[in-house]
Design a protein around this ligand. Structure first.
Ligand SMILES: NC(=O)c1ccc[n+]([C@@H]2O[C@H](COP(=O)([O-])OP(=O)(O)OC[C@H]3O[C@@H](n4cnc5c(N)ncnc54)[C@H](OP(=O)(O)O)[C@@H]3O)[C@@H](O)[C@H]2O)c1
Length: 315
């Protein structure tokens, strides 16, 4: 048996049960990971509350948790790329979940070697927040040297990766956050900081080639004035105005809008690992909670004030 964070229905933190469940066993192409740490993302409490039930369905019980880091405890018969004891990052994803537990099974394609310079706590945050920021800026924003980039929500889980990833591409970064986080985002490498409690970037005269709204607080329409003629707005939730631009209004304007939907993969995790090993990206942890305090971790995440990442310590 193993300890896990289980829900039997959707709802608030009261639906969470921390209890013993049977140990999962890996299929032929799977890896069983002994979890040391798991990262908490807003999607985890959105799943708990039922906001994503179209994707996560109505089958219970569910063990929550979409990403973790730990060591390989067992491999399926057809797994060739990992051995017992290896330190890995696991991404079961939001359909399969189960990372908030002492052991988790992931497909071998969703297990990635842990960068040696990172702790398990830091490494567990790479697939969701890290790869979201990379795929948003590179694949949707078409980031290139010389572009002007604005990142809204620059101090959060996704945003703090985005500032550093944008700097890897040698662009001018304007970071938007509240006043108490101004020094934090400057230290991440932001060239300019806009404090949203004092200034509204959508009212500026300056224009940006890419606006990445990591927290999806400003709409495409609000941002259009501050986008260049061929500027691209990227957010993290597929909201109506973005879909409208992609499927209809996009024919009438050169400005584009897109929503990222993260798909962690070996190539992008390797890219991240290279930058981390070159000290170009560091993973900042705001708070670490023991697994038993998942309710407290969710309550803090739901304030929307995390600076960097929230982590669960499992081992
Ligand atoms: N589509 C995908 O694949 C995908 C992947 C990952 C995440 N997401 C989504 O992306 C969003 C952000 O995720 P996250 O992990 O970065 O969340 P997070 O870590 O909880 O974000 C917290 C940050 O949001 C900032 N913030 C709050 N209100 C703000 C505002 N009005 N303007 C600017 N910044 C504000 C806060 O900064 P201040 O304290 O300075 O206000 C705080 O640092 C979530 O909705 C999440 O579900 C989507």
């Amino acid at each position: 048996m193993m300890k896990a964070v289980v829900i039997n229905r959707y709802g608030g933190n009261e639906v969470i049960d921390i209890r013993d469940v049977p140990l999962p066993s890996p299929g032929p192409k799977d890896v069983l990971i002994k979890v040391h740490a798991a990262s908490v993302n807003p999607v985890d409490w959105k799943i708990r509350s039922g906001m994503t039930k179209i994707l996560t369905g109505r089958t219970f019980p569910k063990i929550l948790g979409s990403e973790c880091a730990g060591e390989v405890a067992e491999t399926g018969a057809e797994v060739t790329c990992f051995r017992g004891g290896e330190h890995v990052i696991g991404f079961p994803g939001i359909r399969r979940l189960s990372a908030f537990a002492e052991y988790v099974v992931v497909s071998q394609h969703n297990a990635f070697a842990r960068p040696q310079t990172l702790t398990f706590e830091q490494a567990s945050a790479m697939p969701v927040a890290g790869v979201t920021a990379l795929q948003a800026l590179r694949d949707l924003g078409h980031i290139k040297e010389g572009k002007k980039v604005l990142i809204n929500g620059a101090s959060g889980g996704v945003g703090h990766f985005a500032v550093q990833i944008a700097k890897v591409f040698n662009v001018h970064v304007t970071a938007v956050c509240s006043s108490p986080n101004a020094d934090f985002v400057r230290n991440l490498g932001a060239d300019r900081v806009i404090r949203y409690d004092i200034e509204d970037f959508t009212k500026e005269e300056k224009q940006y080639d890419i606006i990445f709204d990591a927290v999806t607080k400003r709409t495409f329409d609000e941002c259009r004035r501050t986008l260049t003629e061929r500027g691209i707005y990227v957010n993290t939730l597929p909201v109506f105005s973005v879909l409208l631009n992609q499927f209809f209004l996009g024919f009438f304007t050169r400005q584009k809008a897109a929503s990222v939907m993260v798909r962690p993969n070996a190539a992008d995790m390797n890219w991240m690992r290279t930058q981390i090993e070159k000290d170009k990206i560091r993973i900042v942890i705001d708070r670490i909670y023991p697994l038993e305090e998942i309710r407290e971790a969710f309550a803090y995440s739901e304030t929307g004030k995390a600076r960097g990442k929230i982590i669960l310590k499992v081992l």
